[in-house]
Design a binder for this molecule. Structure first.
Ligand code: CA
Length: 229
């Protein structure tokens, strides 16, 4: 059963919305204060928010903006003034729909159902996840090509990233410098395998706590490198 939060200070309106939504099979909770409404919206798991614009405590716009920063849940804004609706629409706060008071309860229910259906399709669709390799404090997001060390992002050049990602996705495998050079740099490029050494050094400076005692990329003397997991 979908759970809906109504934040509305006019209790008669809130009760009316609640009655109609409950008749349609929804579970409904009412908050009459904006600040309490924001808290409930952030802390609890609602499937849709119905927000009045003018509220004691925190206003509907602020609630919408704050919730949208962390949740994708559908938000319907309700206001008595058409002008206000036009104004907030222009602010791009991330509300999904706008309803002007007085509204017909059946229209409100229809809109709520439409947004819930859309939201369900959205969360059930297979949103492709970023391909991420996480080993201890190191996080390599291969899709976004970003590297984080204990939550802190480190800047990587293209080749540094390619080299680190290649080693990390082939853990415990010892690669020679020649193999790494062929793999990461163009076959045609006339390069020096010392390039690999230089890049490993730069990567270690970014990801290792102590570059003389690397915990990720291990040097196998006389052979090459291995990514330890
Ligand atoms: Ca109000």
């Amino acid at each position: 059963m979908s759970k809906i939060l109504i934040v509305e200070d006019e209790l008669a309106i809130a009760e009316l919305e609640k009655d109609y939504l409950e008749l349609s099979g929804f579970e409904v909770h009412i908050e009459t204060d904006g600040t309490a409404g924001l808290k409930a919206a952030l802390e609890e798991d609602y499937d849709l928010l119905l927000l009045d614009l003018m509220l004691p405590g925190t206003d509907g716009m602020t609630i919408c903006e704050r919730v949208r920063q962390v949740k994708n849940v559908p938000i319907l804004m309700v206001s008595a003034k058409k002008d206000d609706i036009d104004k907030i629409h222009g602010l791009g706060l991330g509300a999904d729909d706008y309803v002007t008071k007085p509204f017909s309860p059946s229209e409100l229910v229809a809109r709520v159902k439409a947004h819930l259906a859309r939201y369900e399709r959205l969360i059930n669709s297979n949103v492709p996840q970023n391909e991420v390799i996480e080993i201890r404090g190191l996080k390599i997001d291969k899709t976004a090509r970003r590297v984080f060390v204990n939550g802190e992002e480190k800047a990587f050049t293209t080749k540094e990233f390619d080299l680190l990602a290649f080693l990390a996705q082939n853990p415990n495998h010892v690669f020679t410098k020649e193999e790494l050079f062929r793999k990461i740099w163009d076959m045609e490029s006339i390069g020096d395998i010392a390039t690999v050494t230089v890049h490993i050094k730069k990567i270690r400076e970014k990801i290792e706590m102590n570059t003389s005692k690397p915990q990720y990329i291990e040097t196998i003397w006389g052979v090459g490198y291995r990514f330890k997991i």
